[in-house]
Design a binder for this molecule. Structure first.
Ligand SMILES: [Zn+2]
Length: 168
């Protein structure tokens, strides 16, 4: 019979900084390539329930079916959209929304919850707003993506510089 240990173990806290790369996956890969090469936002549309998924996902979040990576399941969204909500985190709790990091001294502008035209309630993008604060950002405002020039686009969410409000 094995004797149980009574050894006490001390835990030592560590913080690691790790950089790594991983494949984006078929759907997100296509999504980022079209952002990089065409300055377009493409969502995946569930063929069963019609949910328009942005970011594109392989399994429908509504009816849980697996969606095939077929051209007919992809839907090009508009370059304009509607602002649903804007918020601005200020002070020491600011983090980079794309990495979750907290770079000291970096100042972030407000973020918007945006539904690009052509989407439905399953279509939502959180991105930077071209504004100092949320004072003049209101739900229902029309907004437009401002893209970086082609040579600066690398296939990330930062290929869009920001969203700005537009009059229509
Ligand atoms: Zn569905």
């Amino acid at each position: 019979m094995e004797e149980k240990t009574t050894q006490e173990y001390i835990r030592v806290p560590h913080r690691l900084t790790v950089h790594w790369k991983e494949p984006a996956g078929a759907f997100v890969n296509r999504f980022f390539l079209r952002m990089r090469d065409k300055a377009e936002l493409w969502a995946i549309k569930c063929p069963k329930c019609g949910a328009i998924l942005l970011p594109p996902e392989i399994v429908c979040g509504k009816c849980k079916i697996r969606i095939e990576d077929k051209e007919e399941n992809w839907l090009k969204l508009g370059n304009r959209g509607t602002l649903l909500l804007a918020y601005h985190v200020t002070g020491s709790r600011e983090i980079d929304p794309s990495t979750g990091w907290h770079p000291d001294g970096q100042v972030f502008g407000p973020l918007g919850f945006i539904r690009p035209d052509g989407g439905n309630e399953w279509t939502l993008l959180v991105h930077a707003m071209d504004a100092e604060d949320t004072k003049n950002l209101h739900p229902g405002m029309r907004v437009e993506a401002v893209w970086k020039p082609r040579k600066e686009r690398t296939g990330t969410m930062q290929d869009i510089k920001f969203w700005r409000t537009v009059e229509e």
